[in-house]
Design a protein around this ligand. Sequence first.
Ligand code: NAP
Length: 257
Amino acid sequence: MTTALITGATAGIGAAFARRLASQGHNLVLVARDTARLREQATELHDRHGIEAEVLSADLSTDAGIEAVAKRLADRTHPVDLLVNNAGFGNKGRYLEVPMADELTMLKVHCEAVLRLTSAATAGMKERGRGGVINVASVAAFVPRGTYGASKAWVVQFTQGAAKDLAGSGVRLMALCPGFVRTEFHERAGMGTGNIPGWMWLDADKLVATALADLARGKSVSVPDPRYKALMGLVKVTPRGLLGGVTSRTGRKYGPQ
Ligand SMILES: NC(=O)c1ccc[n+]([C@@H]2O[C@H](COP(=O)([O-])OP(=O)(O)OC[C@H]3O[C@@H](n4cnc5c(N)ncnc54)[C@H](OP(=O)(O)O)[C@@H]3O)[C@@H](O)[C@H]2O)c1
């Protein structure tokens, strides 16, 4: 039986990974900050699917939180076969409206934690000659979309570079780039979603099924929906100056500060 560790496992895309992997018989290590919610989720997944679900409460915006998860990933006696670096969030506001402390927290969770956890996991995976890492980025990585998009661009570049360096080792790395997904993300960030057209919304469970199939196929970047694949094709041939207005406005309406 294999084990998957998922960060940000309690809600949205992370919870969809947990449901899917549990239904396929994988044991899980569930990571987030809300311990009560983690315990409830672990019990439910154990009862429904008969898998072992460990709870690891950690705040990935802190060194202590990152170190606790890295320690679990480096435990050679209980190896983790699949790491899903999914925890993430959006800040409320555009560039210069967001306090610098919040910008730095985003870099810590989206970039530093992803680097340190990927490294902690892949060292052991390389020795064993097998394993996988999914780093959840966003299609925002490919367009001008504030510091959020910049952090996700780092995730894509890092993951592709590491995948190349580990090619042939048996370890697969993939950046997952979803479009808009109905989760708690926008509400937590205080973002209005009124100007996002209905067709742009993705379902988390379908997204996760496609992502896991893409990892199995050996992709290093997954844009898991034909609508967004077509959009990203258009983005590639559109001058960047024209992209800025459209891509930075959609879904970035903020309520009162
Ligand atoms: N929803 C979208 O439209 C969308 C689109 C593209 C990419 N994404 C990316 O997908 C990922 C998941 O987002 P989501 O939409 O599923 O969001 P979500 O529903 O808000 O869930 C976020 C999860 O991350 C955890 N989390 C947040 N901050 C954390 C921290 N400091 N330490 C540990 N865990 C933390 C939360 O649990 P706790 O609060 O208990 O810690 C929760 O389990 C993110 O990386 C996001 O950037 C989302």
